[in-house]
Design a protein around this ligand. Structure first.
Ligand code: BG6
Ligand code: MG
Length: 219
């Protein structure tokens, strides 16, 4: 039986990819590194430190750990500043409707995000009230594709993985859900999240009615 839902944040509840892109681009320009939207796609779902390492590898750059942390912090300052422009209008279409519906039907709802800025993003959206539990980049040390963040969220909800559905837009996020033995809903193209149990192109299509009809025996 499904009793709980765990949502990734970036790319599921709201689209921050463009803001991450702009911040990494600014840092890359300052450092004279190559960075484009294709490379930005590879950062979907992975932690800030893993992200900077992907960008450095692409540019054949190696630096000491302290410098890497300093540069990642610089990128984060730019990103956090840009979050100030985010408002309650910035939900991905369908996301707030689904959260409202889940609350009204009495499901447990948790966040399972790799971001250390999740609380700020939720606050900007005025979305904190939809979540019983907030699992973010500060909650666990191993990031996706490790299942830890989803296991943290389900444990805090008091539910085993087989009672929970994870919503994810990242390939590594679906890998993490599967590694933790959660049911999964992928949001995005087949090439990215085709390995999820159920896939929708966008959150707008992921209504509770549709989700229930795909996982019929579990409701
Ligand atoms: C994920 C994003 O949700 O959070 C990644 O998809 C990002 O692109 C990661 O790198 C970490 O975010 P933050 O806010 O801690 O830098
Ligand atoms: Mg995501």
């Amino acid at each position: 039986m499904i009793k709980g839902f765990i949502f990734d944040l970036d790319g599921v509840i709201t689209d921050t990819a463009e803001l991450h892109y702009a911040a990494w681009k600014k840092l890359s320009n300052d450092m004279d590194w190559q960075f484009d939207r294709e490379l930005n796609e590879k950062l979907r779902g992975i932690s800030r430190m893993d992200s900077i390492k992907v960008i450095m590898d692409y540019n054949n750059v190696s630096l000491g750990e302290d410098t890497i942390v300093e540069l990642a912090t610089k990128k984060n300052d730019i990103y956090v500043e840009s979050l100030n422009g985010m408002t309650q209008e910035d939900y991905l279409p369908g996301a707030e409707e689904l959260l409202t519906h889940l609350r009204s039907e009495g499901f447990n709802v948790a966040l399972g995000s790799a971001s250390k800025n999740a609380e700020k993003v939720l606050k900007q959206l005025n979305a904190t009230r939809y979540f019983d539990i907030i699992g973010d980049g500060n909650s666990v040390s191993r990031s996706k594709p490790a299942p830890d963040i989803f296991l943290y969220a389900s444990e805090k909800m008091g539910l085993p993985p087989e009672n929970c559905i994870v919503f994810e837009d990242a390939e590594k996020g679906i890998d993490a859900a599967k590694a933790g033995k959660f049911y999964s809903v992928g949001i995005g193209p087949k090439e990215r999240v085709g390995h999820a149990d159920v896939r929708f192109d966008t959150m707008k299509q992921a209504t509770l009615f549709e989700v229930k009809s795909h996982f019929k025996d579990l409701f």
